[in-house]
Design a protein around this ligand. Structure first.
Ligand code: JB2
Length: 225
Protein backbone atom coordinates (compact mmCIF):
# COMPACT_ATOMS: atom_id res chain seq x y z
CA UNK A 1 0.00 0.00 0.00
CA UNK A 2 1.17 3.54 -0.75
CA UNK A 3 2.66 5.48 2.15
CA UNK A 4 0.74 8.69 2.60
CA UNK A 5 1.24 11.84 4.67
CA UNK A 6 -1.60 14.02 5.89
CA UNK A 7 -0.75 17.62 6.71
CA UNK A 8 -3.14 19.09 9.30
CA UNK A 9 -3.68 22.80 8.68
CA UNK A 10 -3.18 24.35 5.26
CA UNK A 11 -2.08 27.96 5.89
CA UNK A 12 1.24 29.78 5.73
CA UNK A 13 3.22 27.39 7.90
CA UNK A 14 1.96 24.47 5.82
CA UNK A 15 3.41 26.10 2.69
CA UNK A 16 6.85 26.09 4.36
CA UNK A 17 6.40 22.45 5.36
CA UNK A 18 5.35 21.47 1.83
CA UNK A 19 8.32 23.31 0.38
CA UNK A 20 10.66 21.33 2.61
CA UNK A 21 8.98 18.04 1.66
CA UNK A 22 9.00 18.56 -2.10
CA UNK A 23 12.59 19.79 -2.14
CA UNK A 24 13.81 16.67 -0.34
CA UNK A 25 15.00 13.98 -2.75
CA UNK A 26 14.64 11.43 0.07
CA UNK A 27 10.98 12.26 0.77
CA UNK A 28 9.45 8.83 1.51
CA UNK A 29 5.82 9.57 0.62
CA UNK A 30 3.85 8.37 -2.41
CA UNK A 31 1.06 10.79 -1.64
CA UNK A 32 0.71 13.96 0.43
CA UNK A 33 -2.53 15.80 1.15
CA UNK A 34 -3.85 18.49 3.50
CA UNK A 35 -6.88 18.65 5.78
CA UNK A 36 -8.22 22.02 6.89
CA UNK A 37 -11.63 23.61 7.39
CA UNK A 38 -14.51 22.60 5.09
CA UNK A 39 -14.29 25.75 2.97
CA UNK A 40 -10.78 24.77 1.81
CA UNK A 41 -11.79 21.36 0.43
CA UNK A 42 -10.49 21.03 -3.13
CA UNK A 43 -8.13 24.00 -2.84
CA UNK A 44 -4.50 23.63 -3.88
CA UNK A 45 -2.31 24.67 -0.94
CA UNK A 46 1.18 24.64 -2.54
CA UNK A 47 3.15 22.58 -5.07
CA UNK A 48 0.01 20.80 -6.36
CA UNK A 49 -0.82 19.49 -2.90
CA UNK A 50 -4.55 19.69 -2.33
CA UNK A 51 -6.86 19.98 0.67
CA UNK A 52 -8.90 16.78 0.57
CA UNK A 53 -11.04 17.08 3.69
CA UNK A 54 -11.38 18.05 7.33
CA UNK A 55 -10.34 16.73 10.75
CA UNK A 56 -13.62 14.76 10.84
CA UNK A 57 -12.17 12.51 8.13
CA UNK A 58 -9.02 11.50 10.00
CA UNK A 59 -10.32 7.98 10.59
CA UNK A 60 -11.33 7.08 6.98
CA UNK A 61 -8.20 8.75 5.58
CA UNK A 62 -6.08 6.51 7.81
CA UNK A 63 -7.77 3.52 6.12
CA UNK A 64 -6.93 5.01 2.69
CA UNK A 65 -3.18 4.67 3.31
CA UNK A 66 -2.40 7.96 5.02
CA UNK A 67 -0.19 6.30 7.62
CA UNK A 68 1.51 9.47 8.85
CA UNK A 69 0.25 12.86 9.96
CA UNK A 70 1.97 16.16 10.65
CA UNK A 71 0.62 19.24 12.40
CA UNK A 72 1.30 21.88 9.74
CA UNK A 73 -0.71 24.54 11.51
CA UNK A 74 1.77 26.87 13.19
CA UNK A 75 1.53 28.85 16.40
CA UNK A 76 2.75 32.10 17.87
CA UNK A 77 2.81 31.50 21.60
CA UNK A 78 -0.15 29.19 22.08
CA UNK A 79 0.22 25.64 20.76
CA UNK A 80 -2.99 24.34 22.38
CA UNK A 81 -4.73 23.66 19.04
CA UNK A 82 -1.62 21.96 17.66
CA UNK A 83 -1.56 19.67 20.70
CA UNK A 84 -5.28 18.87 20.47
CA UNK A 85 -5.01 18.00 16.79
CA UNK A 86 -1.95 15.81 17.39
CA UNK A 87 -3.76 13.93 20.17
CA UNK A 88 -6.78 13.42 17.93
CA UNK A 89 -4.67 12.06 15.06
CA UNK A 90 -2.66 9.85 17.42
CA UNK A 91 -5.95 8.34 18.59
CA UNK A 92 -6.53 7.03 15.06
CA UNK A 93 -3.06 5.46 14.91
CA UNK A 94 -1.21 8.02 12.80
CA UNK A 95 2.58 8.15 13.08
CA UNK A 96 4.27 11.56 13.36
CA UNK A 97 7.42 12.01 11.28
CA UNK A 98 9.98 14.75 11.66
CA UNK A 99 10.17 17.02 8.62
CA UNK A 100 13.66 18.46 8.28
CA UNK A 101 14.38 20.75 5.37
CA UNK A 102 17.32 19.39 3.36
CA UNK A 103 19.17 22.71 3.78
CA UNK A 104 19.14 22.48 7.59
CA UNK A 105 22.42 21.61 9.32
CA UNK A 106 22.17 19.04 12.09
CA UNK A 107 25.18 18.34 14.31
CA UNK A 108 26.25 15.13 16.00
CA UNK A 109 24.36 13.67 18.98
CA UNK A 110 21.21 15.66 18.35
CA UNK A 111 18.08 13.93 19.71
CA UNK A 112 14.69 14.49 18.17
CA UNK A 113 11.26 13.55 19.50
CA UNK A 114 8.53 13.26 16.87
CA UNK A 115 6.39 15.65 14.84
CA UNK A 116 9.18 18.24 14.65
CA UNK A 117 9.66 20.73 11.82
CA UNK A 118 13.12 22.13 11.02
CA UNK A 119 13.06 24.89 8.42
CA UNK A 120 15.44 26.09 5.76
CA UNK A 121 19.01 26.77 6.85
CA UNK A 122 18.30 26.22 10.51
CA UNK A 123 21.36 25.02 12.42
CA UNK A 124 21.03 22.59 15.33
CA UNK A 125 24.44 22.01 16.79
CA UNK A 126 26.06 19.28 18.85
CA UNK A 127 24.06 17.53 21.53
CA UNK A 128 20.78 19.46 21.30
CA UNK A 129 17.53 17.82 22.46
CA UNK A 130 14.37 18.77 20.57
CA UNK A 131 10.96 17.85 22.02
CA UNK A 132 7.89 16.53 20.23
CA UNK A 133 6.01 18.94 18.00
CA UNK A 134 8.65 21.69 18.11
CA UNK A 135 9.09 24.15 15.26
CA UNK A 136 12.72 25.12 14.65
CA UNK A 137 12.00 27.70 12.01
CA UNK A 138 13.89 29.18 9.09
CA UNK A 139 17.45 30.30 9.77
CA UNK A 140 17.35 29.84 13.52
CA UNK A 141 20.54 28.74 15.28
CA UNK A 142 20.60 26.38 18.24
CA UNK A 143 24.15 26.19 19.51
CA UNK A 144 25.53 23.17 21.32
CA UNK A 145 23.46 21.30 23.91
CA UNK A 146 20.32 23.43 23.84
CA UNK A 147 17.19 21.72 25.20
CA UNK A 148 13.93 22.64 23.50
CA UNK A 149 10.70 21.45 25.12
CA UNK A 150 7.61 19.99 23.50
CA UNK A 151 5.64 22.23 21.13
CA UNK A 152 8.07 25.13 21.36
CA UNK A 153 8.46 27.45 18.41
CA UNK A 154 11.90 28.90 17.80
CA UNK A 155 10.94 31.55 15.24
CA UNK A 156 12.95 32.58 12.16
CA UNK A 157 16.42 33.92 12.81
CA UNK A 158 16.43 33.41 16.57
CA UNK A 159 19.87 32.57 17.98
CA UNK A 160 20.21 30.42 21.09
CA UNK A 161 23.78 30.31 22.32
CA UNK A 162 25.01 27.10 23.95
CA UNK A 163 23.20 25.28 26.74
CA UNK A 164 20.00 27.31 26.52
CA UNK A 165 16.88 25.59 27.90
CA UNK A 166 13.43 26.47 26.59
CA UNK A 167 10.48 24.91 28.45
CA UNK A 168 7.52 23.23 26.79
CA UNK A 169 4.99 25.28 24.76
CA UNK A 170 7.19 28.38 24.74
CA UNK A 171 7.92 30.73 21.88
CA UNK A 172 11.18 32.52 21.11
CA UNK A 173 10.38 35.37 18.75
CA UNK A 174 12.01 36.04 15.42
CA UNK A 175 15.47 37.55 15.56
CA UNK A 176 15.87 37.17 19.31
CA UNK A 177 19.23 36.34 20.86
CA UNK A 178 19.49 34.24 24.01
CA UNK A 179 22.75 34.26 25.99
CA UNK A 180 24.48 30.94 26.72
CA UNK A 181 23.22 28.97 29.69
CA UNK A 182 19.89 30.83 30.03
CA UNK A 183 16.66 29.00 31.02
CA UNK A 184 13.24 30.05 29.72
CA UNK A 185 10.25 28.49 31.47
CA UNK A 186 7.23 26.64 30.10
CA UNK A 187 4.34 28.51 28.43
CA UNK A 188 6.34 31.69 27.95
CA UNK A 189 6.59 34.04 24.97
CA UNK A 190 9.78 35.95 24.21
CA UNK A 191 8.79 38.78 21.89
CA UNK A 192 10.57 39.24 18.60
CA UNK A 193 13.94 40.93 18.55
CA UNK A 194 14.59 40.42 22.25
CA UNK A 195 17.99 40.08 23.89
CA UNK A 196 17.70 37.56 26.71
CA UNK A 197 20.55 37.90 29.22
CA UNK A 198 18.89 36.51 32.36
CA UNK A 199 16.58 33.58 33.10
CA UNK A 200 12.89 34.09 32.32
CA UNK A 201 10.28 32.11 34.27
CA UNK A 202 7.16 30.22 33.18
CA UNK A 203 3.83 31.62 31.96
CA UNK A 204 4.98 35.13 31.06
CA UNK A 205 5.37 37.45 28.10
CA UNK A 206 8.84 39.03 28.04
CA UNK A 207 10.56 41.20 25.47
CA UNK A 208 13.06 43.96 24.86
CA UNK A 209 16.78 44.59 25.20
CA UNK A 210 17.48 43.58 27.86
CA UNK A 211 14.53 41.20 27.82
CA UNK A 212 12.21 41.82 30.79
CA UNK A 213 8.93 40.26 31.91
CA UNK A 214 6.10 42.57 30.81
CA UNK A 215 3.01 40.58 31.78
CA UNK A 216 1.71 37.20 32.76
CA UNK A 217 0.46 35.08 29.90
CA UNK A 218 -3.16 36.06 29.19
CA UNK A 219 -5.59 33.51 30.64
CA UNK A 220 -6.70 32.10 27.29
CA UNK A 221 -3.04 31.36 26.53
CA UNK A 222 -2.37 29.83 29.92
CA UNK A 223 -1.36 26.36 30.87
CA UNK A 224 -4.60 24.69 29.83
CA UNK A 225 -2.73 22.70 27.20
O1 JB2 B 1 -8.98 22.94 13.74
C1 JB2 B 1 -8.38 23.09 12.66
C2 JB2 B 1 -7.98 24.36 12.16
N1 JB2 B 1 -8.12 25.63 12.62
C3 JB2 B 1 -7.55 26.44 11.71
N2 JB2 B 1 -8.05 22.00 11.90
C4 JB2 B 1 -7.39 22.11 10.71
N3 JB2 B 1 -7.12 20.98 10.04
N4 JB2 B 1 -7.01 23.30 10.21
C5 JB2 B 1 -7.31 24.40 10.93
N5 JB2 B 1 -7.06 25.70 10.67
C6 JB2 B 1 -6.37 26.16 9.48
O2 JB2 B 1 -5.01 26.43 9.79
C7 JB2 B 1 -6.89 27.48 8.94
O3 JB2 B 1 -8.08 27.32 8.19
C8 JB2 B 1 -5.71 27.93 8.08
O4 JB2 B 1 -5.72 27.39 6.79
C9 JB2 B 1 -4.52 27.37 8.87
C10 JB2 B 1 -3.76 28.44 9.63
O5 JB2 B 1 -3.10 29.23 8.67
P1 JB2 B 1 -2.39 30.61 8.99
O6 JB2 B 1 -1.68 31.00 7.74
O7 JB2 B 1 -3.38 31.55 9.58
O8 JB2 B 1 -1.39 30.33 10.14
P2 JB2 B 1 -0.29 29.18 10.28
O9 JB2 B 1 -0.63 28.45 11.52
O10 JB2 B 1 -0.12 28.38 9.06
O11 JB2 B 1 1.04 30.00 10.49
C11 JB2 B 1 1.29 30.73 11.65
O12 JB2 B 1 2.36 30.17 12.37
C12 JB2 B 1 3.57 30.12 11.61
C13 JB2 B 1 4.61 29.42 12.44
C14 JB2 B 1 1.59 32.14 11.14
O13 JB2 B 1 1.59 33.03 12.17
C15 JB2 B 1 2.89 32.17 10.38
O14 JB2 B 1 3.24 33.50 10.04
C16 JB2 B 1 4.00 31.53 11.19
N6 JB2 B 1 5.21 31.50 10.42
Amino acid sequence: MAKGLLLIGGGGHCCSVIDSLVSDPACPYDKIAVIDTADKRGCTIAADIVCIGTDDELEPLRQEGYTDAFISLGSIGNPALRIRLAEKAAGFGYQFPNIIDPTAVIGQNVSFGSGIYVGKRAVINYGCLIGDGAIINTGSILEHQCRIGKYCHIAPGAVLCGNVKVGSHSHVGAGSAVKQGISIGNDTVIGLGSTVVKDIGFGVVAFGNPCEIRQNMPTEKGVSH
